[in-house]
Design a binder for this molecule. Structure first.
Ligand SMILES: Cc1cc2nc3c(=O)[nH]c(=O)nc-3n(C[C@H](O)[C@H](O)[C@H](O)COP(=O)(O)O)c2cc1C
Length: 401
């Protein structure tokens, strides 16, 4: 199969598996501990059923969505993901450009390989910026200063990583820095020559450009990665970090990694404009609930006072539609974007976004939705937790009827 033959998101993972050595593929694909959280994310999304309505004029369907006051072409975007450049040199900028072409948000991770300055130069209207609280708060403040100077539209603070998770695939595969050239690693490299060639041609481990300014002058990529590893995670951080970020950042602020409704309320009370309901794609706490299961509870707690985004396990346009029904404004895609850009560069990222956009459009047609505001709990069936009967059924009469 090549890119042209890929018809869905799972195909992009197949392409990535063929391109990446196992050690790299598993880094993206893996969860934590026994990886039950990965299955739980899918189970929660699949449990909901979308109940279609027919004989509604759906010739024209608009996915247009406003997020934090800015218009985007669809209710989806790309999650922040660190070290994309390890999987394909320049991958961060490829994702940024692809998102700009589709006019959907791409959240650049502060742990990316390309810098926020370069990404904003290429895609100023669709690039958002994600940070973690750092042990030295001056770094957090300076990252925000840079984002402010660049007029980044939205800042995202990720709070769900107080400690490093136990990523068992990485432990088994020997994913570590500096990479030990064990016979297994060498064999994997030889079996994926295209990836290995690109990796070696760029000089091996890529520089985390956002962090370069905080390391000593002339620091190597490894030195900078070491600094990053010392500064994050910052296990002693408390809600003070949100206070600091809110004070330093005047624009729209989203807090990512929220699962508990009390945390959602605290974020809101402390001035967050949005939340990303997320279990980090099953990469932090394996026993955490699916974000889809927490969405209605959090939506109920916060009302419409903050914008809700969601991620973790989204693979289909129908998944996005279900999240919209439960009160999210948009869903973000993580691994699908990383697999696509790794396997096929910017064209791969565009293909992935196109698949999602088309799937959402088809689901909207089936559901009788002319725009995203048609979504609501009345469109969903969850036999385990039946939703309230629609207060406002969608019944559209043609003008001539
Ligand atoms: C390779 C990889 C790197 C990630 N790096 C970050 C990061 O730097 N910051 C962050 O907030 N989340 C990070 N995440 C989590 C994603 O933002 C997102 O929450 C998760 O991937 C969503 O689940 P999905 O992959 O099932 O779509 C990373 C995820 C992956 C797969």
């Amino acid at each position: 199969m090549n890119l042209d033959k890929a018809v869905n998101i799972d195909d992009m993972a197949v392409l990535a598996r063929r391109y990446l050595p196992r050690i790299a593929f598993d880094f993206i694909d893996g969860g934590v501990d026994g990886e039950v959280g990965l299955a739980r994310n899918r189970e929660a999304l699949d449990r909901y059923k979308l109940v279609p309505r027919y004989l509604i004029d759906v010739e024209k369907r608009s996915q247009e969505t406003t997020l934090f006051g800015y218009a985007y072409s669809g209710p989806f975007g790309i999650c922040p993901m660190g070290i994309a450049g390890f999987f394909r040199p320049g991958a961060d900028l490829m994702l940024a450009r692809a998102a700009a072409k589709f006019n959907v948000p791409y959240v650049m991770s502060s742990a990316s390989c390309d810098s926020i300055e370069t990404a904003m130069g290429e895609a100023p209207e669709t690039t958002w910026f994600q940070i973690y609280g750092t042990r030295d708060p001056r770094i957090t403040t300076d990252l925000i200063r840079r984002a402010k100077a660049l007029n980044v539209r939205v800042l995202m603070l990720t709070i769900d990583t107080p400690v490093m998770a136990k990523r068992e695939r990485n432990m088994r595969n020997g994913f570590r820095r500096p990479m030990k050239m064990t016979p297994s690693v060498i064999l994997q490299g030889l079996s994926r020559p295209a990836w290995t060639f690109r990796y070696l041609a760029k000089g091996g481990i890529p520089m985390m450009e956002n962090w370069r300014p905080y390391a000593a002058q002339g620091a190597s990529a490894n030195d900078v990665a070491d600094l990053y590893g010392t500064e994050t995670p910052a296990p002693a951080q408390t809600w003070d970090v949100l206070k600091l970020v809110r004070k330093a950042w005047p624009g729209p602020l989203a807090v990512k990694g929220v699962l508990h409704p009390d945390d959602a309320l605290t974020c809101m009370e402390m001035g967050a404009d949005g939340l990303v309901i997320s279990n980090h794609g099953g990469r932090q706490l394996d026993s955490a609930p699916a974000s889809m299961d927490m969405l209605p509870i959090i939506a109920d707690a916060v009302g419409h006072r903050v914008e809700l985004l969601i991620d973790s396990g989204f693979r289909r346009g129908a998944d996005v539609a279900k999240a919209l029904c439960l009160g999210a404004k948009a869903a973000l895609f993580g691994r699908p974007a990383m697999f696509s850009v790794a396997a096929a560069g910017e064209a791969g990222a565009c293909k992935m976004l196109d698949i999602i956009r088309q799937e959402i459009s088809l689901v909207m047609g089936q559901m009788g939705w002319t725009d995203v505001s048609c979504a609501g709990p009345h469109c969903l069936l969850d036999l385990a937790n039946p939703p309230p009967v629609s207060p406002k059924p969608i019944i559209q009469h043609r003008a001539s009827a």
